[in-house]
Design a binder for this molecule. Sequence first.
Ligand SMILES: NC(=O)c1ccc[n+]([C@@H]2O[C@H](COP(=O)([O-])OP(=O)(O)OC[C@H]3O[C@@H](n4cnc5c(N)ncnc54)[C@H](O)[C@@H]3O)[C@@H](O)[C@H]2O)c1
Length: 339
Amino acid sequence: MSQMEKKVYRFGILGCGMISNVHAEAIESLQDAVLAGAADYNREAAERFCKKFGGHAYENELDMLADDTIDVICVCTPSHCHADNAIRAMEHGKHVVLEKPMALTTAEADKVIEACRMHDRKLTVISQLRFSPDIQHVRQLVKKQAFGKLVFCNLTMHYWRSEEYFAGSRWRGRKAFEGGGALMNQGIHGIDLMQYILGEPKVVGARIHTLHHEIEVEDAATALIEFEGGATGMIQGSTCTWPGFERRLEIHGDKGYVILKENAIERMDVPDDEIDRREETVHAVGSYNRPDMIDCHMHARQIQNLIDAIEGRDSLLVDAGEGRKAIRIIEDIYAGESK
Ligand SMILES: NC(=O)c1ccc[n+]([C@@H]2O[C@H](COP(=O)([O-])OP(=O)(O)OC[C@H]3O[C@@H](n4cnc5c(N)ncnc54)[C@H](O)[C@@H]3O)[C@@H](O)[C@H]2O)c1
């Protein structure tokens, strides 16, 4: 390869279900990435996937990991497989794009963090909405104390998931496979955004219920939280609030406020308003109730960030240590308070 030639990274996708489509589209959209193929424990799923997106349908996970031409594995399996799949990929010398949640517990997440260090591999945990320009903008404003002293921060994720969403899946709604429900699966994005913008809160108290669905995990959760500096707030997540609403993150200070709907600023007022200087936002089109409608642009940005980090052009925005933070908060909410 000449000095001028850019390396094109070869990606293998593990787990060919709903979210794998978003990964394939994201890879397709990038200049320095190409899809090498896919594997699934259901071989037919891998074949169908490769017919649609191209690449080789491998016999199984180990067959794909043995392919030395693959640089990066996207782990798109159900949540309980994530930590093991990621560690195995790194043992085979691969870098990793790991779907959320990176693990079902902080103890498992720690093993992934250790494997990154031991095998000297880059791993990014998907939290695609961190790459939204409005999220980045609000984070900068909080850093500059543009809202003054923070008083309240409330995160509401009042979602709706149908009976079929759970009944049609072998893993959703089951404690051993999903690790938790409205918070660990659907709510982890919002919790990560909140802690990314405001820092990690302490959990003061919580109530966890399964009110509507016949599932083993929660479909309604409320937690009282407290940030360094004394701001308090609430996290609410559910999958049984008809008909389902966009995620809202409200930040109130003694000089200004912002209300984020999904990943975009809905309303904001700060004394030194810099709103006009932000990039145009890419809106998450209706995905709060329809996970099959997730747009690939944010995943593409995150995958590009991983490539740039491997190349030494940038640092990883969501490494394994960052991915662990939301799991710690959720674990504390399930426990009822910070340990
Ligand atoms: N980032 C996001 O916005 C987002 C959205 C939806 C789902 N997800 C995450 O992506 C993951 C997958 O979700 P999904 O909705 O695509 O699930 P899915 O059930 O549609 O697909 C999972 C696929 O993995 C395969 N599989 C299961 N166990 C396997 C194993 N051990 N080895 C290889 N293949 C295996 C299944 O056959 C299936 O094809 C979940 O952890 C979920 O939390 C993330």
